[in-house]
Design a protein around this ligand. Structure first.
Ligand code: GLA
Length: 779
């Protein structure tokens, strides 16, 4: 009896979430014929994606409740491997990383959960969720069974993940109804065997009861087969639903239909316009799905913030993602409803299933506040605060010095030289400042493939410093093996003499708060890369935004929390501070700015600035050019049909070239002077699309990069919902041309072109010419 009382008491002391999960009845969820079946009854999944890593833990419950109030019955989550295993073999599932508690909260709120444990997740998250320390292996390959080390590490991770979450499968009384295998593997490869191993790892780890899921696109889901997993398709706001599912339905006539990610907005990249998605077209296609009883998951219901160093990047062209992951989602970065939220709630109230009611919109636990203007008086210059140097004969990226994130400085003495020399850095990952004797001589930006700088005449031996800031690791596509710092070598060329520079001093500048806190602050003014420290007093706490627009480039820590990156080029000009990072009374703030701030004050704001592109004065202006195609014959010309989907054009014979020009002569709509293309692939000798990893846009006559981020590089970004669009407005005139440098000569069989897949047909190409040259085109 006594034992029984103690047991009941212990149960009462457990957090309520844990009790519920244990008490809940085992249930069942499967993909049946045409329908998902929850405990035997047809169930339409209305999921919203939330990332526990992007929402401070005190707000988890509120954001789940918000998603429910928007009309969701399910929360979809990624599991971020690299968030939990930041050092090889050391797993952490506590505090902010206690994902099992997040899942229990989902259940406590009467909702279901779709779990997407990767190992690869994409998600605009550093390296798509893969741990940086994998990169210590020189010849690392990922997402392939050809690398035993990678496969082995995945298995260990999956076992750890299952220890946390397998007990929460619905069959065990938890809320997890489905577990996703990998992520959009069809955009990467076609090795069904690899996917089978991923599936089996998940099963063997302990997720052996839940329905399995895979997600892909309408254009690539058939690239591989995976038995035992239901297939969802991902697509963007405003898509034509019947088009999206046409081929899928033909090939899977009895599968329940689901959009695995219906993109509510899109992510922002540094230096490119803020992304938004129109509410009406978004709602239109959502209604289309509801009317057809198609399940969906909104990516993102609420994006939140990629705090610290977690934001990833896309490539090519290298384009790092901003720290704000507001995503133009229905719930904004601070957790408040937007117009899209109300529009979704209004729509979905008409589609509730038996026994459901729409709850009231919960009150945000935090109000929005404005912090007083912060003035910085304490500084610490980088050169006076360097950590102990390591020695290295060769240039190596930071991973080989056991550094995961941040900046790294390479230093060496170079001899006197009475003429100018050329310094070539292969490759800069991602943004470098070059100094001679502490004086900055130039900036190199990977976004523009810059790697060369002129060294002035050196009267005597001089100190060369190359400070390289690593931004987000590529999280999508072929360039995902993305080490930081300098990846290959540094050469110095004087006349005909080229020297490979050896024997460097290495300074590691990690992002950890402890490192920033150790530097010696003083009131002495400092120029160049500098830490700035201040305190500010608050009488109340709440969510707030710091206006960083007068600063250069760097990171900010408030009371020890790394808020993320700022960069004057925008479009994000603010950093979001969650109320739980602040306290009443004195708060500490440290800024590390590697570019020069205009003023060293921070203005507090009660709203974010997400859409102001700032001046990028390191960018050299390019003279306007006009393409001259006189005397050049197209290798093929013709007319494309109007219907949607990929079109393949075969050349008459294999043809070799390095530069191609696609020229749009007319649009499907005769009065439409614009051109849009979603994707463009070159088919190599073997009949497969060639690698685009070294592709560069050499020329485009018109691209919309001001009102929206629709530059010509979007034709090879492998994101089908993102398009190249000529300038919107009346300035555009056919023909339109885009010239791509493929980086090397290739033998080509033909090309494939994908028109836009939303409901608009603006700019869809009809007549075209295609040119292929060994040498650059003339201007
Ligand atoms: C894909 C990925 C997601 C995310 C979105 C874009 O659908 O699966 O992880 O990267 O694109 O936001």
């Amino acid at each position: 009896m006594k034992k029984y009382v103690v047991f009941v008491l212990m149960l009462l002391l457990l957090p309520t979430g844990s009790i519920r999960a244990q008490e809940a009845q085992p249930g069942n969820f499967i993909a049946g014929n045409n329908d998902f079946l929850l405990n035997g009854k047809p169930f339409i999944i209305r999921a919203g994606e939330l990332h526990y890593s992007r929402i401070p833990r005190p707000y988890w419950d509120h954001r789940i409740k918000m998603a429910k109030a928007m009309g969701m019955n399910t929360i979809c989550i990624y599991l971020f491997w690299n968030f939990h295993e930041q050092q090889e073999g050391v797993f952490d599932f506590s505090g902010q990383k206690d994902v099992a508690e997040f899942v229990r909260l989902i259940q406590k709120n009467g909702m279901y959960c779709i779990l997407r444990p990767g190992p690869y997740v994409c998600a605009e998250w550093d390296m798509g969720g893969l741990p940086w320390w994998l990169l210590k292996k020189q010849d690392l390959k990922v997402r392939t069974r050809s690398d035993a080390f990678f496969m082995d590490k995945v298995k260990t991770y999956m076992n750890e993940a299952a220890k946390q979450l397998a007990p929460l499968q619905i069959q065990n009384g938890g809320p997890i109804i489905m577990v996703q295998v990998e992520n959009e593997y069809g955009t990467w490869g076609s090795d069904g065997k690899y996917m089978e191993i991923m599936r089996d790892d998940i099963r063997e780890a302990g997720f052996n009861k839940a329905q399995l899921l895979r997600c892909d696109w309408s254009s690539n889901f058939f690239h591989y087969k995976l038995d035992g997993a239901v297939n969802a398709l991902n697509f963007g706001a405003g898509s034509n639903i019947d088009d999206q599912f046409r081929k899928f339905k033909q090939m899977n006539p009895t599968s329940p239909l689901m959009c695995g990610e219906y993109w509510t907005g899109w992510f922002d990249q540094w230096g490119r316009p803020h992304e938004t998605r129109d509410v009406n077209s978004f709602i239109g296609s959502l209604k289309d799905m509801m009317d057809r009883k198609i399940s969906f998951s909104l990516y993102m219901a609420h994006g939140g913030t990629s705090f610290g160093q977690w934001a990833g990047a896309n490539a090519p062209a290298y384009a790092p993602t901003t720290s704000s992951y507001d995503y133009n989602a229905p719930i904004d970065e601070a957790g408040n409803p937007t117009d899209k939220f109300y529009a979704i709630r209004n729509l979905l109230k008409n589609y509730l299933q038996e026994g459901e009611t729409l709850p009231e919109i919960p009150q945000n636990p935090e109000k929005i506040i404005t912090v007083p203007t912060i003035n910085f008086t304490q500084t610490a210059g980088l050169f006076e605060n360097l950590p102990v140097a390591k020695q290295s004969e060769n240039i190596q990226p930071m991973e080989f010095f056991n550094q995961g994130w941040g900046s790294i400085m390479y230093r060496k003495q170079i001899p006197a030289c009475n003429q100018k020399q050329t310094l070539v850095i292969n490759d800069v990952h991602d943004w470098a400042k070059v100094f001679i004797n502490g004086k900055m001589i130039g900036i190199l930006d990977r976004r523009r493939s810059e790697n060369t700088i002129e060294i002035p005449v050196l009267k005597s031996g001089s100190r060369l410093d190359i400070l390289v800031e690593g931004m987000g690791r590529v999280n999508y596509g072929e360039a995902i093996i993305d080490r930081k710092g300098i990846t290959e070598n540094v050469t110095l060329t004087e006349g005909k003499n080229k020297t490979d520079l050896k024997n460097w001093k290495i300074y590691n500048l990690p992002v950890d708060y402890d490192f920033q806190n150790k530097v010696k602050f003083s009131t002495k003014p400092s120029t160049g890369p500098t830490w700035y420290k201040a305190t500010f007093n608050l009488t109340e706490t709440g969510y707030t935004y710091l206006n960083m627009s007068s600063w250069g480039k760097g990171m900010v820590w408030v009371n020890g929390h790394n808020l993320g990156r700022f960069w004057k080029i925008g479009p994000t000009q603010t950093l979001c501070v969650p109320g739980c990072y602040l306290k009443k009374g004195s708060n500490e703030i440290i800024v590390f700015d590697i570019d020069n701030p205009k003023t060293t004050t921070i203005e507090g704001l009660n709203y974010p600035i997400l859409d102001v592109i700032g001046k990028d004065d390191s960018q050299q202006s390019k003279a306007a050019r006009r393409l001259n195609l006189n005397g050049i014959n197209p290798v093929i010309q013709g007319s494309l049909p109007a219907e949607s989907g990929w079109k393949t054009i075969d050349l008459d014979e294999l043809t070799t070239g390095r530069y191609f020009c696609f020229e749009a002569l007319s649009s499907q709509n005769p009065n439409d002077p614009s051109t849009t293309i979603a994707e463009f692939e070159i088919i190599g000798e073997d009949g497969k699309a060639i690698s685009t990893i070294n592709w560069k846009v050499d020329f485009v006559d018109s691209e919309e990069t001001v009102k929206s981020a629709n530059g010509a590089d979007k034709i090879f970004d492998k994101q089908e919902s993102i398009i190249w669009e000529t300038k919107t407005g009346d300035k555009t005139k056919l023909p339109h041309q885009v010239v791509i440098d493929m980086g090397k000569e290739v033998k080509i069989k033909g090309f494939r072109i994908l028109p836009r897949s939303d409901k608009s047909n603006l700019g869809v190409v009809k007549d075209y010419r295609f040119y292929l040259e060994k040498n650059p085109f003339k201007f």
